[in-house]
Write a protein that binds this ligand. Structure first.
Ligand SMILES: NC(=O)c1ccc[n+]([C@@H]2O[C@H](COP(=O)([O-])OP(=O)(O)OC[C@H]3O[C@@H](n4cnc5c(N)ncnc54)[C@H](OP(=O)(O)O)[C@@H]3O)[C@@H](O)[C@H]2O)c1
Length: 272
């Protein structure tokens, strides 16, 4: 009766595993390296790699729910053959599946829609936790460097994405829904910088980067060029729905989406 969470050590998966376990659901957490992973008590860590179908099939055995990453790796591309995971899930007796999109409606979403599973697509905009990539510069120099910082997004807390996923996986109320998940307000990078300054009690300034400087920054972070081009395009010209509050988190969970100010207070130590 377990729910298998892929990406269980990642931003969204970590929260989802903790939330499901705290609510008393049996959770199986997929990771390529169970020895290195730390999960809450009672969570079953299973070794698996989304590029190795046999390992995923083994992890799915006896599962009734599945949270599925649609892409992995530095290029953030759809895992080759991963659409077949939907068929493996049906075979294993899975009933409900949530998909975490990688910015495209791709073969994984199409496959779960055709599978007969009760699916819910999670389509988040910009994660608030992307701001953690600023932490080192904030700690060292009190500065945040980004291109296109004046373009507002309504970033979403990964804890809220996980809350929506948990609701979808544990109730039948969200089958056939594709939720656009945003935070409660549009914010520019300077707005987010001000929230981090307020949360940490430090002076933090925003230093705009050119697009070329932004590209170099992302290369230094280990991203590959196609992924960088995608992110820069998204930052410069975000899809309209990511720039305003969608209200979906509140509709699904019954409470308002978490604010960036709350997120910044919770993560203040990372910036000190
Ligand atoms: N950041 C954003 O603003 C944003 C916005 C919208 C959508 N997204 C999407 O969110 C997804 C990333 O989710 P996240 O941020 O929660 O994850 P994350 O923190 O980037 O962590 C990546 C996860 O993927 C797992 N993983 C990597 N390669 C794997 C493989 N070959 N097989 C199985 N698992 C593998 C890792 O697990 P182990 O290392 O433990 O195996 C880890 O748990 C991406 O597809 C991204 O496009 C991000």
């Amino acid at each position: 009766m377990a729910i298998l969470v892929t990406g269980a050590t990642g931003n969204v998966g970590r929260h989802l595993v903790a939330r499901l376990a705290a609510a008393g659901h049996p959770v199986r957490a997929l990771t390529r390296d169970p020895a290195a992973a730390r999960f809450p008590e009672g969570v079953e860590a299973v070794a698996g790699d989304l590029t190795d179908r046999a390992s995923v099939e083994a992890a799915l055995e006896g599962a009734t729910g599945l949270h599925l990453l649609t892409a992995v790796g530095p290029a953030n591309l759809t895992v080759p053959g991963s659409a077949g995971i939907a068929a493996a899930a049906v075979e294993a007796g899975v009933r409900r599946v949530t998909t975490l999109w990688n910015g495209y409606r791709g073969p994984v979403e199409e496959a779960v829609e055709a599978s007969g599973l009760e699916w819910t697509h999670l389509r988040p905009g910009e994660f608030m936790s992307n701001a953690l990539t600023w932490a080192e510069d904030v700690r060292a120099e009190g500065v945040v460097r980004e291109p296109f910082g004046e373009v507002a997004h309504a970033p979403v807390d990964v804890a809220d994405i996980a809350a929506v996923a948990a609701a979808a996986l544990t109730t039948g109320a969200h089958a056939g829904e594709a939720y656009e998940l945003t935070g409660p307000e549009p914010l520019t990078v300077p707005d987010q910088v001000a929230a981090i300054a307020a949360a940490t009690g430090r002076e933090v300034r925003y230093e705009p980067l050119t697009e070329a400087q932004g590209r170099e920054r992302m290369r230094a972070m280990g991203m590959d060029d196609p992924a960088i081009a995608y992110v820069l395009g998204w930052r410069a010209h975000p899809p309209a729905w990511t720039t305003r509050a969608s209200g979906a988190v509140e509709r699904v969970t019954g409470r308002p989406a978490r604010t960036f100010a709350e997120w910044a207070r919770e993560h203040a130590d990372a910036f000190r």
